[in-house]
Design a protein around this ligand. Structure first.
Ligand code: SAH
Ligand code: SF4
Length: 355
């Protein structure tokens, strides 16, 4: 170690070379107000070495805002009677995927509330139709059984996003009434066993969430060997019980993104929409702090507005074509490029060990 380094700089250097920190060390850096630029620089170097300069764009199709769950933070929760509900037809979803392909996206993310109209077989048929267009398919439709996940995997689904939201079990169960932490973890394990690329993540700034529990989230992602980790700050939605909660801390979220890159160097890490809802150009800042994925919205027209997880969602009036060219330009302006492959996770450490 060089002399004259602060404890924070020493911990960042350790994370950059060893990709391991103890829980207490992670807590220290999560709390290190003002260290975000140093963390970001280290994370950006690790990002460059492990996943390169390519930014992967995933076209997000928000195909239904109908949800059987009642998460306290989310505008799609079933008890929110203020939201206008919608559900796209199978043909509409496939048409949006076709358009996404036309814009040059290699992956579509099918996201919705937990809408049981989409039975396993109905969604499997949609997956088959989209897979025939040579697109990677990511699903993000919540908790289902092993057999349902299996059917979708066999239909060709490549990846699955299911945030754990928080690894604090008591907090999880108080904010997601009727849902069990154990079942959330079971879903992630099933997805892993079925060979999906597994994406998960944290909702940062839940009332009562401790920094220690956020450090435990990061250790959980390491243990799970998550292929993708997407995090975002809580944006209080006035039509939910958490409407008057404080919003999540942008800087803490940014420190967490950088720590994720340092500690899970190969993971795909998105610069999420919620970050940009909070800070203009937030996604560029996060791309420069360790992230390598952006999920531009492909949903069209009114559905875009109605998929209101939280208020102030950016670009609701834009068309998918505008989103594509806007993000492409912004990525080039950063000296990065839009990756032209499907963006599966690189197993660099394993490859190095084998060679
Ligand atoms: N129903 C699926 C997918 C849609 S919700 C699921 O729950 O997995 C996608 C994500 O939106 C959730 O994981 C949650 O972390 C995020 N979200 C919901 N409400 C939010 C809010 N008010 N602020 C920020 N993110 C929110
Ligand atoms: Fe439904 Fe997902 Fe929102 Fe929970 S977070 S209410 S499961 S859409």
């Amino acid at each position: 170690m060089m002399t004259g380094q602060t404890l924070e700089q020493k911990l960042i250097a350790k994370a950059e070379t060893a990709h391991q920190l103890t829980k207490m060390e992670i807590v220290h850096l999560l709390q290190a107000v003002g260290a975000e630029d140093d963390l970001a620089k280290a994370a950006d170097r690790v990002r460059q070495i492990f996943v390169g300069d390519g930014v992967h764009l995933r076209g997000l199709i928000e195909f239904s805002n109908i949800c059987r769950q009642d998460c306290m933070y989310c505008g799609l929760r079933r008890d929110n009677h203020k939201i206008e509900r919608y559900r796209l037809t199978a043909d509409e979803i496939v048409r949006l995927a076709q358009k996404a392909k036309g814009y040059g996206y290699q992956t579509v993310v099918l996201q919705s509330g937990e809408d049981l109209y989409f039975t396993a077989e109905r969604l499997a048929e949609i997956i088959r139709r989209i897979k025939s267009m040579d697109l990677a398919v990511t699903l993000s439709v919540g908790e289902r059984s092993f057999d349902e996940y299996k059917l979708w995997r066999e239909a060709g689904a490549d990846r699955y996003l299911l945030r754990i939201e928080t690894t604090d079990q008591a907090l999880y169960e108080s904010l997601d009434p009727g849902m069990s932490y154990e079942n959330r973890v079971r879903c992630l394990m099933d997805l892993r066993a079925l060979g999906y690329e597994v994406g998960t993540g944290t909702l940062v700034g839940l009332p009562g969430q401790s920094v220690t529990s956020i450090a435990e989230d990061i250790l959980f992602y390491q243990q799970l060997d998550a292929d993708m980790v997407g995090i975002g700050p809580l944006i209080p939605n006035p039509d939910t019980p958490l409407g008057k909660a404080d919003k999540g801390d942008f800087h803490l979220t940014r420190r967490m993104v950088s720590l994720l890159r340092l500690l899970l160097p190969e993971a795909n890490i998105p610069a999420t929409t919620a970050m940009e809802t909070m800070v203009p150009r937030g996604r560029e800042l996060i791309l420069a702090s360790g992230a390598n994925v952006v999920m531009p919205n492909v949903t069209e027209g009114d559905s875009r507005r109605k998929y209101a997880l939280y208020p102030g969602k950016i670009c609701v009036a834009d068309t998918p074509a505008q989103c594509r060219s806007c993000m492409g330009g912004r990525i080039k302006a950063m000296g990065r490029y839009v990756a032209s492959d499907k963006g599966f996770r690189h197993h660099r450490q394993v490859q190095q060990e084998r060679s």
